[in-house]
Design a protein around this ligand. Structure first.
Ligand SMILES: O=C(O)CCC(=O)C(=O)O
Ligand SMILES: [Fe+2]
Length: 243
């Protein structure tokens, strides 16, 4: 039986050290040309593909994850290419990812601290496009958490942060997936002095005291939903029950 939190040997040079296992950060995972092309393809998607949420908008590809199983939808070729590239690293236990969330954040937007949860194989891979962001990592909620003094509503203080530069790949796996929460503060400028940036050594823009203005960032979150319903099976069941 394969260990879910096994390391990926080819990614070991990109391991973020001194944080709960396992986090990989690969700068320049894609080229500038690939980034431009991906952004074009994201914005060429039909308008109804976008869902506007408070603080970000998103495109869901591959089907809607559901506890009873996801009815799979074929991914477009431009996404399948990157799903294949990421899956071939061995991130999903030798299987293929089958789900992509495209998130778009304007400066000042973000996502509340959360866990990605049990509907996915416990590994998430994220390609960042267009702008950097700072992903804050939190310990699970508990009374002992320190409060973040920068927030009007008291918020827990991140344990550490990850600077995600454009064109990078981030992988959260093992405890970093199952135990920690992640979130993006809704700010327009990231001051890197605020929490320790665990992957600073791999980021040219992570100078001490840097103030990094955010631009529009698009992220591709590539995951595997192991429970998949076969549409043909559903249809045949339905037709049987109406007989
Ligand atoms: O945009 C990101 O990097 C994070 C997105 C995220 O956490 C999610 O879609 O679950
Ligand atoms: Fe997430």
């Amino acid at each position: 039986m394969e260990e879910l939190d096994a390391v990926i040997p080819s990614l070991e040079p990109f391991r973020v050290e001194q944080v709960p296992p396992i986090i990989y950060y690969v700068p320049d995972f894609i080229s500038e040309q690939e980034e431009t092309q991906l952004l074009r393809q994201v914005y060429e998607a039909p308008k109804p593909k976008w869902t506007q949420l408070s603080g970000r908008k998103l495109q869901n590809w591959g089907g809607l994850p559901h506890p009873k199983g996801m009815v799979p939808e074929q991914l477009p070729r431009w996404l399948q290419h990157w799903v294949d590239a990421v899956s071939s690293l061995g991130l999903f236990g030798g299987a293929q990812a089958n789900h992509v969330l495209v998130n778009e954040y304007q400066p000042g937007e973000g996502i509340m601290p959360h866990e990605d949860g049990p509907l996915y194989y416990p590994t998430v891979s994220t390609i960042s496009l267009g702008s950097h962001t700072v992903l804050d990592m939190y310990l699970p909620r508990g009374p002992e958490l320190e409060k973040d003094p920068r927030e009007e509503q008291p918020q827990p203080l991140p344990k550490f942060s990850l600077l995600l530069e454009p064109r990078s790949l981030l992988v959260l796996r093992g405890e970093a997936y199952t135990h920690l929460l992640h979130g993006i503060r809704p700010t327009s400028i990231d001051a890197l002095t605020e929490t320790p940036v665990a992957n600073a050594a791999a980021c040219p823009s992570a100078q001490p005291d840097a103030l990094l203005p955010r631009g529009t960032r698009v992220s591709l979150t590539i995951r595997r939903v192991p429970r998949v319903l076969r549409t043909s099976l559903l249809l045949s069941k339905k037709s049987r029950s109406t007989k």
